[in-house]
Unconditional design. Structure first.
Lengths: 257, 289, 358
């Protein structure tokens, strides 16, 4: 491992059980600044739960997490975006009865500087802020080519577009770390190919560090710097895509005994 | 000795709240819908029984059984015609719909049976049982006994009958139950039927104690409080919550300033929500992403 | 159909997107301002009620239509606003103090009621608000020395330089002004971060939180703002009816407010106005119908509420977007004719939305 590459995020000995199910057991890993870090593993391996832990939806039973050097194992859920981590969800969790643009503007929520009194009166500060929010949202719309559906209700969009809107919303918060939970699930091969270019753009142009859970090994191999394989809640191995793919225990996890 | 009588009438009133709450919770568990017309179903059941027993002159138990059958049909019909088209609409819409249904049922009952109060002819009216100096009204004992029998029957039904087990499966995970071959639609329909019948039974049981009129369904509001106090989503919790509220209400009515009995159910509810929002028997869980 | 060429984001932010819209709203404004010149006191009084319904409706719409939180007890906020204001006036507090205090007090109570909402799903909230309404009603009925109990209390009608709110025409312009300001403020809120946070909480709590929305604070804010609007409506209502008694604020009132937001169209401020007109005039239409109908039907007890219920049910099943949604469809039908396709406004259903662990 390169020791001169700084860790943006660091998890140490994370564990979480749901009743009798040990969803995550003693998992440690680090995500380095600027990389694309993928987590692979069979269904039920605990990948989403790791994201939910980072996102502070659950309290870890054990272990610590540090982001940018700050301890974040106990920060409240709504503070995670402020710290600089946003995410997408496996089955998309969008604001269905709002337009694409409004969804993206909610993505700017962490950057608001106005209070409710000013908002009631729509004072010039609020107007300026709205205009600034929009110009940022438009940048993301251009980046992910969402111009066509900009003013449509999200609930009415096709699944593939919804997944992209969710990424766009997460990006609007200007995160340092973007978590993508199965971004390609439900996409057709063409859309998946677009996605792989976008991931590269997000990483290169916006300088956002990406951690993703993904099943499509082509996508993983194409975009990832490092891959962590999980099975039964535990991390089996971490390395380059090629190393992890050929690891005997990874093969065993996928194929069964 | 007054204490025993208060306790008894509290328990019997609580049984009625509990039964309505039970119907309410059953529907919620099976369909995630809130039926705010549950109290009005009770009212309707009482009037149907009144029609068969008083007007048609059938023996009480025959009239009672017919009422249950009619109400199962009513519940299933309601589900089929009004509720099923609402599947997939936001929960708020369904809740509002059932509130609207409640008003409609009240107006319909008023149109058919008039707005005056009616008395259901029951064989045990006015009789009392004296045990060691305590005078116990038969009506109250019948409510408690009837509720106990009904609960045992329901328990056995969910535990042993095929369709009861299917219902349990469907209420835990509709999609999985569907894949396992449970006829989810039919089960849902039946849940509404049974729930309506339970409410009707509550109506018949309570009729000798509180008279029948189109507005009696308002009592349902307290039953909803009971459902939450018990721990929403738990069937035994519904009954326990009902009993608790019934008893507290009686004692508060006697020992606290005027009218506090009436609102004690709501005070208990709000206190419960602050202190232990999951209720006595916790059963709700967070959504998984 | 009109395409607006957006040349600057500032334009997107504006309330009115183009001059045509401005023209129609200006016309509407002029007609409501001159209307009293042509109307009798009775009709002016009825319009005042519509305005008051609309102000309260803004409050409930923000809560139910935008934040997705249900309240079955909004009559309590109306009552709190009205009683607080009337009681303060009774103690000789000037109007300019008592009205804001009444609104602030209602907002505070609203925030407190919102607290249980922080930890629970809609089920609990619906019932908790119902319970809250019953407790407030109990308080009003039994706190005789202050509220007059079941007998009620008369509302002092202060006068300002010779004009009094007891005068329907004066109250008309005051209510109209308050309504206009209220709609403006609500529209502003909805195009700002707080309003969008409401929508986020309504559509997906989990992702709202992951985008940095503080759920508890947002819900409390929604409740407080909602209660404040409704309390403000209560203040005006006190002057409109002149005499407060518990039977003016019942479960029925709460249901009428819900009818307003559903029939008007959930999630739209236009809907509030449509709904207020509907709810304001419905009782009169029903009263007229009673005279026409055979007495056997006209005399049915609970007929009015039954009809409320029926209309509510019909809207929910056939037109969940409400009157405003219907109007939008008619408008797009007219502008697209003859190209309109039935599927243009096809309903979106979210199958299998569940709050439970699967
Ligand atoms: N909220 C929850 N309650 C109970 N069990 C859960 C919950 N979330 C996840 N699990 C369990 O934890 C395990 C890991 O799940 P998950 O992280 O979703 O796996 P995946 O790797 O497919 O994303 C599974 O057995 C799942 O059933
Ligand atoms: Mg997963």
């Amino acid at each position: 491992m390169d020791s001169d590459q700084a860790a943006l995020f660091e998890a140490r000995n994370l564990s979480l059980s749901f009743g009798g199910v040990r969803a995550v057991r003693d998992v440690s890993f680090e995500i380095r600044r600027g990389e694309v870090f993928s987590i692979i593993g069979p269904n039920g391996a605990g990948k989403t739960t790791v994201f939910n832990l980072i996102n502070r939806i659950y309290d870890a039973d054990e272990g610590t997490m540090r982001f940018n050097g700050t301890e974040m194992s106990r920060v409240p859920g709504h503070r995670v975006a402020e710290l600089g981590i946003t995410r997408t969800f496996q089955n998309t969790e969008l604001f269905d009865r709002a337009t694409v643009l409004d969804n993206l503007l909610i993505g700017r929520h962490v950057h608001r500087r106005t209070n409710i009194v000013a908002e009631f009166l729509f004072l010039p500060t609020v107007r300026r802020q709205e205009i600034a929010f929009r110009s940022y949202a438009e940048r993301i719309i251009d980046l992910l080519e969402l111009q066509g559906s900009r003013d449509q209700m999200v609930g009415a969009l096709p699944y593939g577009t919804r997944k992209i809107v969710e990424i766009a919303r997460a990006l609007c918060a200007e995160p340092e770390l973007l978590l993508l939970d199965e971004p390609s699930s439900g996409l057709n091969p063409e859309e998946t190919e677009d996605l792989s270019f976008w991931i590269e753009d997000i990483s290169a142009d916006l300088g956002v560090t990406i951690a993703m859970v993904e099943h499509d090994m082509n996508l993983v191999t194409a975009v990832s710097n490092r891959v962590m394989a999980m099975a039964d809640g535990a991390a089996i191995t971490t390395g380059t895509p090629a190393e992890v793919q050929d690891h005997p225990e990874v093969l065993r996890a996928y194929l069964g005994d | 000795m007054e204490v025993f009588q208060l306790l008894l009438s509290g328990l019997s009133q609580g049984c009625v709240y509990g039964l309505i709450a039970l119907g309410f919770v059953m529907i919620y568990k099976a369909t995630e819908m809130l039926n705010f017309a549950q109290g009005d179903m009770m009212m309707l059941g009482a009037f149907v029984a009144f029609t068969f027993v008083n007007l048609a002159g059938l023996p009480f138990f025959v009239g009672f059984l017919i009422t249950l059958v009619v109400m199962v049909g009513f519940g299933m019909g309601l589900e089929r015609t009004v509720i099923r088209p609402m599947i997939g609409e936001p929960p708020f819409a369904v809740l509002m719909l059932t509130i609207g249904l409640g008003f409609i049922l009240r107006a319909v009952a008023g149109a058919i049976w008039g707005s005056g109060t009616r008395t259901l002819d029951v064989p045990f009216a006015g009789r009392v049982l004296e045990v060691g100096g305590v005078v116990l009204g038969y009506e109250n004992l019948v409510v408690i006994g009837g509720t106990a029998l009904l609960c045992i029957g329901l328990w056995a039904f969910f535990r042993y009958s095929r369709i009861g087990i299917a219902m349990q499966a469907a209420s835990q995970n509709q999609l999985a139950a569907y894949y396992c071959g449970v006829p989810v639609k039919r089960v849902t329909s039946l849940v509404w039927g049974i729930s309506a019948a339970i409410s009707a039974a509550a109506g018949v049981l309570v009729a000798p104690v509180m008279l029948i009129d189109p507005m009696m369904g308002f009592l349902g509001i307290k039953a909803f409080a009971a459902a939450i106090v018990g721990g929403f989503g738990s069937l035994p919790g519904a009954i326990v919550g009902g009993l608790l509220i019934g008893v507290v209400e009686q004692f508060a009515g006697l020992y606290l300033p005027a009218g506090l009995g009436e609102v004690s159910a709501f005070v208990i509810l709000l206190v419960m929500l602050m202190a232990r929002p999951q209720g006595i028997f916790a059963s709700m869980q967070q959504k998984k992403v | 159909m009109r395409f607006v060429l957006t040349t600057h984001y500032g334009q997107d932010v504006n309330l009115f997107r183009h001059n045509g819209q401005r023209f129609w709203y200006a016309l509407l404004a002029v007609s409501v301002v001159v209307a009293p010149l042509f109307l009798s006191t009775f009709y002016v009084g009825e319009l005042v009620l519509v305005f008051i319904w609309a102000i309260a409706g803004i409050g409930l719409m923000l809560l139910v239509g935008y934040t997705g939180l249900v309240s079955l007890g909004h009559a309590a906020f109306l009552a709190l606003g009205a009683y607080c204001h009337a009681v303060l006036l009774g103690y000789g507090v000037p109007f300019a103090v008592s009205a804001p205090v009444a609104v602030a007090f209602t907002a505070l109570v609203g925030a407190l009621v919102g607290i249980p909402a922080l930890r629970m799903t809609g089920v609990y909230l619906a019932i908790a608000t119902l319970a809250f309404e019953r407790i407030v009603a109990y308080g009003i009925e039994h706190w005789e020395p202050v509220t007059g109990g079941l007998r009620g209390m008369s509302v002092p009608q202060p006068d300002f330089f010779g004009v009094s709110l007891a005068d329907s025409y004066v109250l008309y312009y005051v209510s109209l002004g308050v309504l206009a300001a209220g709609l403006f403020a609500a529209a502003n809120l909805l195009r700002s971060p707080t309003g969008r946070a409401f929508v986020a909480v309504r559509d997906s709590e989990i992702s709202a939180e992951s985008m940095g929305v503080h759920l508890a604070r947002t819900k409390t804010t929604a409740f407080a703002v909602s209660a404040a609007f409704t309390g403000l409506a209560g203040v005006l209502l006190a002057h409109r009816i002149g005499y407060l008694a518990p039977d003016a604020f019942t479960v029925q009132t709460s249901i009428q407010l819900l009818l307003l937001v559903v029939v008007g169209g959930l999630g739209s401020l236009h809907g509030v106005v449509f709904g207020a007109i509907f709810v304001g005039y419905l009782p009169q239409v029903i009263a007229l119908a009673r005279d026409v109908l055979p007495s056997a039907v006209g005399q049915i007890p609970g007929l009015e509420l039954g009809i409320f219920g029926l209309i509510l049910a019909l809207f929910l099943v056939f037109e969940p977007l409400g009157l405003y949604g219907r109007w939008l469809k008619i408008r797009s039908w007219l502008s697209l004719f003859p190209l309109y396709r039935k599927a243009t406004h096809k309903r979106q259903k979210a199958y299998l939305r569940t709050e439970r662990v699967q």
